[in-house]
Design a protein around this ligand. Structure first.
Ligand code: TYM
Length: 333
């Protein structure tokens, strides 16, 4: 059985990095895998959230999944907090996770402030919950962008530690699926920083809900250099902003960077940027329209999420009983 679990945080708008690095691959993988896709609201509350905005963002994220092509008849779409086995397994896995492993997590180092004593346990334990999200499904494959690689390695380590402690082979070691040209989409303002929801300037990213004029303006203002586009990948790699825009174009059109470069070598950005805008608008406009339609009927989204949670609960409760049995916790099989 090849099974996928992946998720996104419902914090602010999803952006082109989320789409090209993850969501686009999720859609493709529905053909060959049993897929579970969740909105990870419990991860979102590891930093302060406005409750009303969070509720809205959960539905928006679910709508974005569907608008991008997640077929809810094939894949299970649900909200993390509606499937309580995630948090129960997180506790069990915390008993298998040495502090040293968590101390190495770069995301915690980046997100935490100078005074470690003020940091919250939830933010520190975030990767253990992520491991539980994956392992409670006994997932074999996890499609993510490159920034999640370290968390996936930790998930494998935790799974192996559990298997060792209990002399079992219960958890498969999940394979990260970091696919395509755009596993790491960079900020439009700085080609050395990743595109992110938390970056202050909205000009640093293309949101999935941006209209055509906004997309055009953001690409127009995107940082570049004065040189025309080069004709080799080696030259391109020395120019992070140019590389990023070519990468985005390649991923949006399902072509390789080399192929796109062949077409645009020697072109000025004044020619390339409008072409990039055109392919981005062609891809995103139908998604935005579909998202708006879905959000006009929140009850329909809720129905889909209720159905998804029921399905996810059935599988994860079965797994939880098996895990409890392995550990020696009381449970009625
Ligand atoms: P999150 O919500 O930050 O991002 C969701 C997905 O989008 C990818 N991504 C990117 N890919 C390419 N370029 C970028 N600039 C970019 N920014 C984001 C991320 O790699 C991710 O695949 N911890 C996770 C959520 C999570 C999860 C899980 C993922 C919780 N539990 C279990 C997989 C499995 C996160 O914060 O992703």
């Amino acid at each position: 059985m090849r099974r996928i679990l992946s998720g996104m945080q419902p914090t602010g708008n999803l952006h082109l990095g989320n789409y090209l690095g993850a969501l686009k691959n999720w859609v493709k993988m529905q053909r060959d895998y049993e897929c579970y896709y969740c909105v990870v609201d419990l991860h979102a509350i590891t930093v302060p959230q406005d409750p009303q905005k969070l509720k809205q963002a959960v539905r928006e994220t679910a709508a974005a999944y569907i608008a991008a092509g997640i077929d809810t008849n094939k894949s299970t779409l649900f909200v993390q907090s509606a499937v309580s086995a995630h948090t129960e397994l997180a506790w069990i896995l915390a008993t298998q996770t040495p502090l040293g492993w968590l101390n190495r997590m770069t995301q915690f180092k980046e997100k935490s402030g100078k005074n470690r004593d003020l940091e919250l346990l939830g933010l520190y334990a975030y990767p253990v919950l992520m491991a539980a999200d994956i392992l409670i499904y006994r997932a074999t494959h996890v499609p993510v962008g490159e920034d999640q690689k370290q968390h996936l390695e930790l998930t494998r380590d935790i799974a192996a530690a559990f298997n060792r402690s209990y002399n079992s082979e219960y958890f498969p070691l999940p394979e990260p699926q970091i696919l395509g040209e755009a596993a790491r989409v960079m900020s439009l303002r700085d080609g050395t920083k990743k595109m992110s929801k938390s970056e202050e300037s909205d000009y640093s990213r293309i949101n999935l809900t941006d209209d055509a004029d906004t997309i055009a303006l953001k690409f127009k203002k995107a940082k570049t250099d004065p040189e025309p586009l080069p004709d080799t990948l080696a030259e391109l790699q020395k120019r992070p902003e140019a590389d990023n825009l070519i990468t985005i174009y390649a991923a949006l059109t399902d072509r390789s960077r080399a192929d796109v470069l062949k077409e645009y070598a020697g072109s000025q950005f004044s020619k390339f940027k409008p072409a990039l805008t055109e392919v981005a608008v062609a891809k995103l406009a139908p998604m935005t329209t579909k998202m708006r339609q879905l959000l006009n009927d929140p009850a329909e989204i809720d129905q889909i999420l209720i159905r998804g949670a029921e399905h996810a609960n059935t599988l994860t409760q079965k797994h939880l009983r098996e895990i409890k049995d392995i550990i020696g916790l009381w449970s009625v099989m």
